[in-house]
Design a protein around this ligand. Structure first.
Ligand code: ARG
Length: 588
């Protein structure tokens, strides 16, 4: 189904041509003066020079051909040459009725779907998840759902940090505590135990202890580095410990992400890329892309047009160890081999932008990806506390993700109990649902690249531009629909009717914009625009609700028309929050 902007642009083009002007001028946009009109066209101003005519004259000539259009209630020409449009209520109702019958509410799927991979989440195994990882998970999940809704084939890959120094530290600490384990016996050639030698709780304690100790003790640090090296070079006992670490942590990570409503299609990690490194390095050498620089193997990626230094991509350290650049390049080798993606989107802290510039350039230059592969860096800003500094705990430490979620849920629980609309038993689950919406909406309503302030009080408020306000609106609609049914009304085959007052029309117009807004959100990878849209939609609904007798409307046709509008508004809201990655409860 065409969006309304598309439909009226066709109408406008026709009028421009009939009036003797180029149809390229007939660009229609949403009005930036909603008090004056709903849509507008400024093409007459753009054509003035070319046609040596006053814009007002051009606009009048065009408007004359729109007077009979069934789309518009009014077409006004305003100085210097704006064409201001108001839609006919009849046309709005007809469009909405058609939209109701569409599974995707009027969004047209991509005619040639793309294969898109999204690299997001990126937690580091055996290290606690912190708030930085929260943003990647929230934004990445929403981007994935948006791309998918448009009909693309999308694969989300968590890209675990599972191959670094933290693994060497854990191995070293475990060896110190329990040297008798077979993993540390060089002569052991039997089968290693199936059971891990630690629980997740112990593992969470081992890493910080080892990390702190390594900072003070040089010898221990060396040993951990060596253990990392041995692990990466396939030493059997350490590989077995690594397997245990992975099993225990991944189980825990899955639980954490499930709670966030974040779902990955692939649970690959840096370790999976290892097997592609030797051939890749050989290729880089054979084709003359790589050179040695003080013992390290590097690929230059500086370009003439750069106005700042872009350091070479580091492929191997002088001791032969692989680096962050190396695993990301080898991961692209693997992705190219297994999926041949049209696009790869990395949702990572914007402070890593240089790393990705280097990796992307190197991958393109050396043919690791095809020239047409679109590599995108979607860098996000920092989540700050109210003091404007990176978010910390009350004690000043790095905030762990689960603690943050717990804090929000407790706050939500209090509010929900105060409201007294849900039973005790249900309140906890409701608090989780609403709490998640508070966190996600608080994050996504900001443009991703910007820093933002994490404010528990503001995010959990039921009023203002917040997740709970959106959910509250949905819950309110649900309750009206339920009452309508209790009174014997059926929700089948209801039709919207032309609006009779401004509140109703404003709500209808806002619902009708959904597919146009979605296109912009999709084109610009901009979930924050979806948030802005539903905030306005919720506002329009609430104004309508306060001004209109809905259930007590006596005219049955009018009443069922309202109900049809509410059902559609609810579907649009629910679709949008699903695209943002959260859901609404039944009551709150
Ligand atoms: N594990 C990394 C970190 O915590 C993020 C990984 C981002 N993705 C990537 N392909 N490098 O900083």
């Amino acid at each position: 189904m065409k969006t309304l902007l598309e439909l009226i642009t066709i109408e406008m083009r026709d009028a421009f041509v009939k009036a003797g002007y180029d149809e390229e001028l007939a660009k229609v946009t949403l009005s930036n003066r909603p008090d004056l009109c709903e849509y507008q066209c400024n093409g007459a101003m753009a054509g003035a020079k070319r046609y040596q005519k006053a814009p007002f004259m051009i606009a009048e000539g065009v408007a004359a051909h729109l007077q009979d259009s069934e789309y518009f209630e009014s077409v006004d020409v305003v100085k210097p040459g704006f064409i201001n449009l108001k839609l006919a209520p009849q046309c709005v109702a007809a469009y909405l009725n058609e939209m109701s019958g569409e599974e995707k509410l009027g969004v047209e799927e991509e005619s040639s779907p793309k294969m898109i991979m999204i690299d997001y989440g990126g937690p580091n195994v055996a290290k606690p998840l912190h708030v930085g990882h929260l943003r990647s998970a929230i934004i990445g999940e929403s981007v994935k759902r948006i791309m998918r809704f448009k009909g693309n084939r999308v694969i989300g890959d968590i890209h675990l940090g599972d191959w670094g120094y933290q693994m060497g530290l854990i191995i070293t600490e475990l060896k110190k505590r329990r040297p008798e384990l077979p993993y540390f016996d060089e002569d052991f050639d039997g089968e290693y135990p199936k059971e891990a030698p630690f629980t997740i709780g112990e593992l969470e304690e081992i890493y910080p202890t080892a990390s702190a100790y390594a900072k003070e003790n040089e010898e221990y640090r060396e040993e951990a580095l060596h253990a990392t090296y041995l692990l990466q070079n396939g030493y059997r006992g350490y590989r077995a410990v690594w397997d245990h670490i992975m099993n225990v942590s991944v189980t825990d990570l899955k639980k954490n992400y499930e709670r966030l409503n974040v779902e990955f299609d692939l649970w690959k990690g840096e370790a999976d890329a290892q097997k592609y490194i030797p051939d890749m390095v050989q290729m880089l050498k054979d084709k003359g892309f790589a050179r040695y620089d003080e013992g390290a193997l590097v690929v230059d990626v500086q370009e003439e047009t750069d106005n700042k230094e872009v350091p070479p991509c580091m492929i191997l350290k002088s001791d032969g160890a692989a680096l962050y650049d190396t695993t990301d390049l080898a991961t692209l080798v693997e992705r190219e081999r297994d999926y041949r993606p049209d696009e790869v989107i990395y949702v990572v802290d914007k402070r890593q932008e240089m790393h990705f510039t280097q990796v992307f350039r190197c991958a393109k230059k050396t043919g690791i990806v095809r020239p047409e592969t679109d590599l995108q860096f979607l860098g996000f800003g920092t989540m700050n506390g109210k003091d404007g500094k990176p978010f910390k705990t009350r004690e000043g430490g790095v905030m762990r993700l689960e603690n943050l979620i717990r804090e929000i849920n407790e706050e939500m629980y209090k509010k929900i109990m105060d409201n007294r609309t849900v039973e005790d038993g249900e309140a906890e689950r409701t608090a989780q649902i609403v709490g998640l919406a508070a966190v996600k909406y608080g994050d996504l309503s900001n443009q991703a690249s910007k820093d933002y302030i994490f404010d528990v009080d503001r995010f959990t408020s039921f009023e203002g531009n917040t997740g709970p306000y959106i959910l509250y609106t949905i819950v309110r609609i649900k309750s009206i629909l339920a009452k309508y049914q209790e009174n014997g009304g059926s929700l089948e085959n209801l039709m919207m009717r032309p609006a009779e007052n401004n509140y109703e029309k404003a709500l209808m117009l806002q619902v009708l914009k959904f597919n146009d807004v979605f296109e912009a959100v999709y084109e610009e990878t901009a979930p924050h625009k979806l948030c802005a849209y539903i905030y306005e939609l919720a506002n329009e609904f609430n104004k309508f609700y306060h001004e209109t007798k809905i259930l007590s409307e006596e005219d049955g046709q009018k009443r069922s028309g309202y109900i049809a509008l509410l059902m559609l508004a609810k579907r649009v809201l629910e679709t949008c929050i699903d695209l943002l990655g959260f859901e609404a409860p039944e009551r709150m």
